[in-house]
Design a protein around this ligand. Structure first.
Ligand SMILES: [Zn+2]
Length: 482
């Protein structure tokens, strides 16, 4: 029995959830109650009897705000459905971003089950400026990706001159004014973006009051204290310009220096710098094998060897020969990099202010990294329930309230998300806290999570007893300034 229709003629709510353990990370509310939903919003959280045409039996389940993923490269309907079954109701592409902005939103209006959005991508703007190619959301369009990768030297290695930097800044402003959720910046993939260019991006962001979502530049080495240097560069830029900074996947960037990296971030925040960071709950990263990340010297920079690189299309670990061949022949293919320790991931997850974000890539031909399918259930099942590294409320807070707050200064709609209280958007996940667990593996990365019973977006049920409701498309674009 799923969300069932009662057929009563007049009901005060459109949908009610009865008897769930309602957890709201903003108010701290954690008690069994009924939830009434009307016109896409939460209208009541109460212990009094309520009714509606659609009734969900929430007994034994936790009701939490839907999870908000700030780092979701997978932006197709299929990627969103896999995420929805992991409890995600809003999936945003903020690290890479897109360029231009308007077509990205237009293409998804009315065709998305979960909420979507993207930042103005420095990468896309730079590709347009240096090659004339309109990359859009290049990561979900393999053909565009091939064209871009084949000309990788054009856009990734060129140093921009003064007048070009001016044009780049104008493009980023244009993207932000078109609704882009801040600015996405990933200098590790763009070795030509020197410190001057990156500082100018921060200056432009500060003038716009737009947050910058950053994948930091290359470290000289994965060993010793070298990984701290690129993190310090970005903190210095934030301090010097006043731009808000979000550091992506602190686990894969800080590596063995996770403790001092977290002290830098938390110390900067305590002294008034607007900085946040995020973690995915896995000890392997993933990226395109043709990207600049794998340029000469990558083994030293990543602290990994050929055998640490997995080619998910076949499941094989690479050798020098197969690595070179795939990089040349399939530069748009995803590689998995096993180079992070459990301890690093644990430290970031246990920090109460580090946001959970998946960094999930588009699943192309069912291949990819399991984080795009299992991040949220994995944190709830393995890190909260099994290992007790953090409380359930803290886990929920890191998946809902914290990511919503990160965006609410530029996108007021986010003030109604990440909360489960009257007035909030009815983006809700119901899960079984005793059962919730990820099932996606490196061999089968699209396997949906278990224990996510219901997912509601804007008051509409999109996951009913664990199954996608194919006819529901309530997902809305999340934009800046609205
Ligand atoms: Zn990244």
């Amino acid at each position: 029995m799923g969300a069932c229709q009662t057929g009563a003629s007049f009901e005060p709510f459109d949908l009610v959830i009865l008897g769930a353990r309602v957890m709201d990370p903003e108010s701290g509310h954690d008690d069994v109650a009924h939830i009434g939903v009307r016109n896409g919003r939460i209208a009541a959280v109460t212990r009094q009897t309520i009714s509606a045409r659609t009734v969900i039996d929430g007994r034994g389940l936790v009701a939490a705000p839907g999870f908000i993923d700030l780092h979701a490269h997978g932006q197709t309907l299929g990627d969103g459905d896999i995420q929805a079954r992991d409890g995600v109701t809003t999936a945003l592409e903020l690290e890479s971003g897109v360029f231009p902005i308007a077509p990205f939103y237009k293409r998804r209006e009315g065709r998305s089950r979960i909420h979507f959005g993207a930042s103005a991508g420095h990468r896309g703007a730079r590709i347009l400026l240096t090659t004339g190619i309109e990359a859009g959301h290049s990561l979900t369009e393999p053909e565009t990706q091939v064209r871009i990768q084949m000309r990788v030297q054009d856009w990734a290695y060129a140093h921009l001159k003064t007048d070009e930097l001016k044009k780049l800044r104008a493009l980023l402003t244009e993207g932000f004014m078109a609704g882009g959720l801040g600015i996405g910046l990933a200098p590790e993939y763009i070795p030509g973006a020197d410190r001057e260019e990156v500082l100018q991006v921060f200056e432009e962001a500060a003038a716009l009051k737009a947050p910058v979502f950053v994948h930091v530049r290359r470290t000289a080495s994965a060993l010793g204290d070298a990984p701290m240097e690129p993190i310090q560069e970005m903190l210095a830029n934030a301090a010097a310009t006043g731009a808000a900074l979000h550091l992506c996947h602190i686990n894969s960037k800080a590596l063995g220096m996770i403790d001092p990296a977290l002290r830098l971030i938390n110390g900067a925040r305590a002294r008034g710098i607007d900085v946040s960071s995020e973690v995915y709950p896995y000890t392997a990263g993933s990226t395109l094998i043709g990207s600049a990340l794998f340029d000469e010297g990558w083994r030293q920079r990543l602290g990994a060897d050929y055998r640490d690189i997995e080619w998910p299309l076949t499941g094989e670990r690479l050798t020098e020969e197969s690595f070179t061949r795939y990089r040349r022949e399939q530069p748009e293919g995803w590689a998995i990099i096993h180079n992070i320790t459990d301890e690093t991931v644990d430290r970031a997850i246990a920090d109460p202010d580090v946001i959970i974000a998946s960094d999930g890539a588009p699943f192309i031909r069912g291949s990819g990294h399991p984080r795009g399918a299992g991040t949220y259930a994995r944190v709830l099942g393995r890190y909260v329930r099994e290992r007790r590294l953090l409380s359930l409320m803290d886990g929920i807070r890191k998946m809902t309230l914290l990511p919503a707050r990160r965006l609410e200064t530029i996108s007021p709609t986010m003030r109604r998300k990440g909360r489960l209280q009257p007035g909030a958007d009815a983006d809700i996940v119901l899960f079984d806290p005793a059962r919730v667990i990820d099932r996606a593996t490196f061999e089968k990365p699209t396997t949906p999570s278990d224990g996510i019973s219901y997912v509601i977006v804007g008051g509409q049920v999109i996951v009913d007893e664990g199954q996608i409701v194919g006819s529901a498309f309530p997902g809305q674009g999340v934009r800046a300034h609205v």
